[in-house]
Structure formats: structure tokens, C-alpha cells
Design a protein around this ligand. Structure first.
Ligand SMILES: [Zn+2]
Length: 505
């Protein structure tokens, strides 16, 4: 059995969760549920980035001590992801004792094994408080940070501990070229290669007299720079520095947003090389959710809350929309109109209606028991093609393609119902043909419950139960898609899975 250790970016504890964060979390949950279905041993970590200047400032503004502030924010993020049916195995917070121990040991390892990688120097440069990092001229547009064009950059000067990032470029390039360290999708890899080929600059990794952080080992005047601290969370969650962390480490995928690829594809691998620890196998950088063409984020102040989006048609529908419409590669738009259209077409009139009419016919003609008949050969052949296309897309993190293949089966099934007209078969007393039609539809619903589960885990489980199946659909395993074990099952008419929205007054 393969191991699949997946992390999301840990979110910065300076505000509430928004739709931009949501895409990444439900995207990761979709991928991990798919890997569970494939039979991998999965480990899925989410969490919070709780140190640094921005957090300290937000706490002060709220009139709270930093720890009280981050406790509150962490609870809010965690309950938001839970409400969206995310299924992490661990929730890591960078203020935890286990993380402090991990960061301290990580730096000690560098100090012992590669002391030349660290030095003390004077730093002067333009600092973006939004990113919590010094910016190089080449990263600026009109003298401003690309991610935070609304902020003034501050000119800062201080004595700092530095990390000799400049010496690691060639080894990271080599790891990318050999495939040992994958950066995906290709558009992001090309950007990272350009940065690496252009040469990296050494970076400051400590802050003087700034208390809201982890003390720098051997220099009590300094705390560890927030990004250096935060990146280490991925190996902390694996158990580092305790024995046995290598059961999970290296991570199989870091799922992050495209705005933080330099940190994950240049700084983080360099840190690991300096500490003589293995590199993650892959970084996947997704695009942004846009609202009227602008990135949704805290600082852009866009006014669509996760709560209102989830309340519109339920958490399953929000997951489905983001994954089907935006996906994990390019940017995509969120609009209420498009969300409503997808909900009605794909969920209410699509999967929901198919399930209710198919199970209503099973109830009417066979008392809900799935007939043990040979399935329709043509319908079966098309279904096998859909399953194959679905697996191929999901293996490649193409969640839009995966959803498309699964939902194509809804269309196939509706056409099958029109072609076979089970009500006419019943009227004409063609019992064997009716058995075949009802059995084929039940097989299709069984497959749909499994294939839709990574996208709509709550509703997929409701469908699964109405098919007379126990446990979670993912637990049925990939091979059950080829040969659904549903003949003889006692089905029930499902509750209305996706109610049609009330017409606007
Ligand atoms: Zn910035």
C-alpha cells in the first residue's frame, strides 16, 4: 500500500477564513478522499501559522494577547473546515510545544551539520508586512508587492541571522530536473525554474527584539523569522524530531497557492538540504478564486463570506462548485449566478433527480430490491470508460476533469432511462428486460456514490445509505467500481438530496 502524506498551506492567523482559503482546503480533502478510495495509507494535515508581526498587530488591534487571539482564530478556521466536511488527520498550530521543539532542532541540525549555511549580517531592504518578507527589486511592480499592491513597503535595517540560500539553487534545480522534487502544474514549474536560474539571494531568518516567535537557538535576542518557522510545520506534523517521523516524511504533496511558490520551491527545499533532510516529493500550486476578476483574499477585502456561500445550497454544493468550476490549476471565477446554475443543472436536476427517479422505479416495480440481472452491455461499456477517465484525471490532480467524468455518467444514465423506458417494460410485462434496466441503474448509482464522494462527501454518503450500503462510499474501494456488489440490496427512496431552490420572489 502506498503512503500519501498531504499538507495544505497553514493559514495566517490574522483574520477570518475566506473563499480563497476554501478552494485549497476542499481541494486537498478531495484529493485525499480519492487516495483513500484507491487504498493508499493517507495522512492529511491542516493548520495555522500563528507567529509574526501581522498576527501580533491583529491581536493588538483586537485588544487581546497574541495567544488568546490565535486560540480564537484557530478555533474559527477549524470549525469552518469541519463544516465543509474536510477530514484532516491532524491540526497543527505553530504555537504548539511540538513545533517549537521541531524548529529548534531543525536549526540546531543546520548549525551542527552545515554551519556555513548560517551567518550573522546587517540587512537593509524593502519589507512587505503583508508577506512578512523582504522583497527584491525584481519582485516589485510599480515599487509595490505584487500580492499586496495596496501596501507601502517599509525600508528596514537590522542585524540578523542569515541563511545562505544563494548556494542551494543548483541542487534544487537538479532535484527538479531529475524528478526527485516535482513542481506542478507546469506553468508554476517554469516560473520557479526561472527564479532558480536567475540566482537566489541570501535571506534574513531572524528578527531582533520581536517577542512573538520562537527563540533563535543560541541567540536569545532574536526570534526565528515567521516564514522559516512556518515552513517547518510540515515536518513537525510528521513527528520530527522524534524517532519514526520518516514513516510519513518526505511529504508526498504540499498543496499551496501560486503566490507562495518561492517559499515552498526555493527556501523550503534549501532549508531541508541544509538540515540534511529529504525534500518533499511534490509541490502543487493552485490558482486563485476570483470575484469579479479580482483575487479573493483578506487584504483585498472582498465581501463574500464562506458562511454565506455554504449556506446558499449547503456545504457539499459549495465544494462541488469550487472543484468543478475553478479546480486546482488556473484561476477561476466565483459568481452567485454561476453557482446557482451549476447547482440546479448538475446537482438538483442532475444527480439528485437521477437518484430519486431510479430509486422510485426500483421501489415501485421491485419493492426496492436490486434485481440480480446481467447489466446492459452498452451502458456498462460506457461506464467503464467514464471510470477510467475519472481515475486518470484524479491521479493528475485534475479535479475538474474528474468531476466531469463522474457527472457524464449522470447524463448517460438519464439517456439510458429514456431509451429503455422501464415504465413501458413494466406495462408490457417484459420482466427480464425490466430487471436488466433497474439493475443497470442501481449499478450506476453505486458507482456515482463512490466517484462523487471526494467532491460531495455528505450527499454521497446519503445516496450510499439509500442504496442499502453501510459505511462510507470511499471504503468500498476502487475495485468495487468495476464490479459493484449491489444485486439483491434493499434500497430506499432517498430524502431529496438537492432541493430545488425557492424561486426568487
Ligand atoms: Zn506582500
Amino acid at each position: 500500500m502506498a503512503k500519501f502524506y498531504l499538507t495544505t498551506a497553514i493559514d495566517y492567523a490574522n483574520g477570518d477564513p475566506h473563499l480563497g482559503h476554501t478552494l485549497e482546503k476542499v481541494g486537498a480533502d478531495c484529493l485525499v478522499r480519492y487516495r483513500r478510495l484507491r487504498g493508499d495509507t493517507t495522512y492529511f494535515v491542516m493548520g495555522m501559522d500563528e507567529h509574526g508581526q501581522k498576527v501580533a498587530m491583529a491581536a493588538e488591534k483586537a485588544g487581546l494577547a497574541p495567544q488568546a487571539w490565535v486560540d480564537q482564530i484557530s478555533g474559527r478556521f477549524q470549525s469552518t473546515w469541519r463544516a465543509l466536511l474536510c477530514s484532516p488527520d491532524d491540526w497543527i498550530r505553530t504555537t504548539e510545544a511540538r513545533h517549537r521543539a521541531s524548529v529548534t532542532e531543525f536549526l540546531r541540525r543546520i548549525q551542527q551539520r552545515n554551519p556555513d549555511a548560517l551567518f550573522v549580517g546587517e540587512y537593509e531592504g524593502l519589507y512587505c508586512v503583508g508577506c512578512e518578507e523582504f522583497k527584491q527589486e525584481s519582485q516589485l511592480v510599480n515599487g509595490r508587492c505584487v500580492e499586496h499592491p495596496e501596501r507601502e513597503l517599509a525600508r528596514m535595517k537590522e542585524r540578523n541571522h542569515f541563511f545562505r540560500l544563494s548556494t542551494y539553487g543548483p541542487r534544487i534545480l537538479e532535484a527538479i530536473a531529475s524528478g526527485a522534487f516535482k513542481v506542478e502544474p507546469e506553468i508554476r514549474r517554469n516560473e520557479v525554474l526561472k527564479v532558480l536560474e536567475g540566482g537566489l539571494e541570501d535571506v534574513s531568518i531572524s528578527r531582533a527584539r520581536f517577542p512573538w516567535g520562537i527563540p533563535f537557538p543560541g541567540d536569545s535576542e532574536h526570534t526565528v523569522y515567521v516564514w522559516f518557522d512556518a515552513l517547518i510545520n510540515y515536518i513537525t506534523a510528521a513527528g520530527f524530531p522524534e524517532a519514526g517521523y520518516d514513516r510519513l516524511w518526505p511529504a508526498d504533496v504540499h498543496l499551496i497557492g501560486k503566490g507562495i511558490t518561492r517559499l515552498h520551491c526555493c527556501l523550503w527545499p534549501a532549508m531541508l538540504l541544509a538540515a540534511e533532510l529529504p525534500l518533499p516529493r511534490q509541490v502543487w500550486a493552485h490558482g486563485y478564486v476570483q470575484w469579479d476578476g479580482a483575487k479573493v483574499s483578506k487584504s483585498s477585502g472582498t465581501a463574500v463570506s464562506v458562511e454565506s456561500a455554504a449556506a446558499r445550497h449547503g456545504p457539499d454544493a459549495l465544494r462541488y462548485f469550487l472543484l468543478r468550476e475553478v479546480g486546482l490549476e488556473a484561476d477561476g471565477n466565483f459568481t452567485w449566478e454561476r453557482f446557482d446554475e451549476r447547482y440546479t443543472a448538475d446537482l438538483a436536476d442532475g444527480l439528485g433527480n437521477l437518484a430519486s427517479r431510479s430509486l422510485a422505479m426500483a421501489a415501485k416495480y421491485r419493492n426496492g430490491v436490486v434485481p440480480a440481472a446481467e447489466p446492459d452491455a452498452a451502458f456498462e461499456r460506457v461506464s467503464q470508460e467514464r471510470i477510467e477517465a475519472y481515475g486518470k484525471a484524479m491521479d493528475a490532480f485534475d479535479v475538474r476533469g474528474g468531476a466531469e467524468s463522474a457527472w457524464a455518467m449522470v447524463t448517460d444514465a438519464n439517456q439510458f432511462i429514456v431509451q429503455t423506458a422501464p415504465w413501458a417494460l413494466a406495462k408490457e410485462g417484459k420482466e427480464a428486460e425490466l430487471d436488466r434496466a433497474l439493475g443497470s441503474l442501481a449499478r450506476c448509482l453505486y458507482r456515482l456514490a463512490i466517484m462523487s464522494a471526494p467532491f460531495i462527501p455528505g450527499k454521497a454518503r446519503a445516496l450510499w445509505e439509500s442504496l442499502g450500503q453501510a459505511g462510507d462510499p470511499e471504503g468500498a474501494g476502487w475495485t468495487s467500481l468495476a464490479e459493484p456488489g449491489i444485486a439483491g440490496a434493499q434500497t430506499a427512496k432517498p430524502a431529496n438530496l438537492f432541493p430545488r431552490p425557492e424561486p426568487a420572489p
